[in-house]
Design a protein around this ligand. Sequence first.
Ligand code: LLP
Length: 421
Amino acid sequence: MEAFPRRNGVLHAGEVQLDALADRFGTPLYVYDAAIIRDRYRQVTEAFAEARPLIAYSVKANGNLALLHLLAELGAGADIVSGGELYRATRAGVPGERIVFAGVGKTEAEIAAALEADILAFNVESVEELERIEATAARMGRVAGIAVRVNPDVLSPTPHEYTRTGHADTKFGVSLAETPALYRRAKASPHLEPVGIDMHIGSQITSPEPYARALAQTLTIVDALEREGIALKAFDLGGGFGVSYQGEPAMPLRALAELVIPPLRERGLWLILEPGRFLVAEAGILLTRVLAVKRGAAKRFVVTDGGMTELLRPSHYGGYHAIESVSDPDGTGAEQVDVVGPICETGDFLARDRTMPVPGVGELLAVRMAGAYGFTMASNYNARRRPAEVLVDGRRVTLIRERETFADLVRGEHIPEPDPT
Ligand code: LLP
């Protein structure tokens, strides 16, 4: 199913023209297509059907309540990394038994809230964290399900070093050597229950091969624990399934499933997956309007009303996002341009040295593949109001998040009273 197709020369979300949405809600604007999210969710469930996995959607990719609700209705769980994401997931109707809690620095308050919500498992990233979870569970008279996030020391070939998380140099996970001790400790505690084991090697991975290597490493621990009498139920493979930003092949999910399912089946392990990007990236587009087309001394700049505060990926990771005109795909002939935002930073761009038809002032541009790590990484820098978000489902249009107001920008700020002395 094609996302945001062009019909009669105009890009559409479902049955709705994107220019109509920009006129109605203003720009910059995030638009999501519910049908694409359903389709991508179906692709994952079908590829892994035999394993009947828990698909714990990674909330950090896009945490809007409407999208979380849509996914929860389809049967998804949630992979969360903060008290805020727990709040979002439970508000959207994700049951606790489908939530896993990752992240290298969980606070006691976050642990307590997750215990209160009866989550499936904490993905534990250090011995200190295991102790904190145990103490909190003991104080609350509860039993915490745990899975150690192992660091399998596999360097995953992602497009940027910041999105590789499975090798020994990163802050993530517990080394293979240290992992068994954490399980022994958990087994001995009446407040901890070892339910599974977890890994996550990186993001935007397009080949199954690094998963196979990391899986093999992690299974050596599972087998060693089994021999010691610590039997685990679940294997969390993490997320990271790559999508096609620039014509590269997306992760071949069936090939991945064929590698992963047999060794897990053999050991009676239940599969958990944590896809974020794969489910929502293509389902989102950022609409932005051209404010100026100017010629610098060395370059031509297309200045738009959206930039790094709305979509940080180009600036932060050198991420590529296709950009095209919503209703005038041919423009006035192609040229090499930088598409830049209005933020006062040279690093503020949506595209660099991009050969594309030069748009006119006032033209509406669509930045593709913006559904994942788009709005969630948006900021208020330069006192910019974070944009509105709209969900289209066929003909139905819902404003799922209002554009922030100036009052939102200063909410909670206080000027000190004059000193009376
Ligand atoms: N599970 C864990 C423990 C994670 O840390 C992540 C992503 C995921 C699952 C989901 O990964 P995905 O399926 O979405 O690739 N902001 C970066 C991506 C950072 C990913 C962080 N962790 C970007 O825009 O490329």
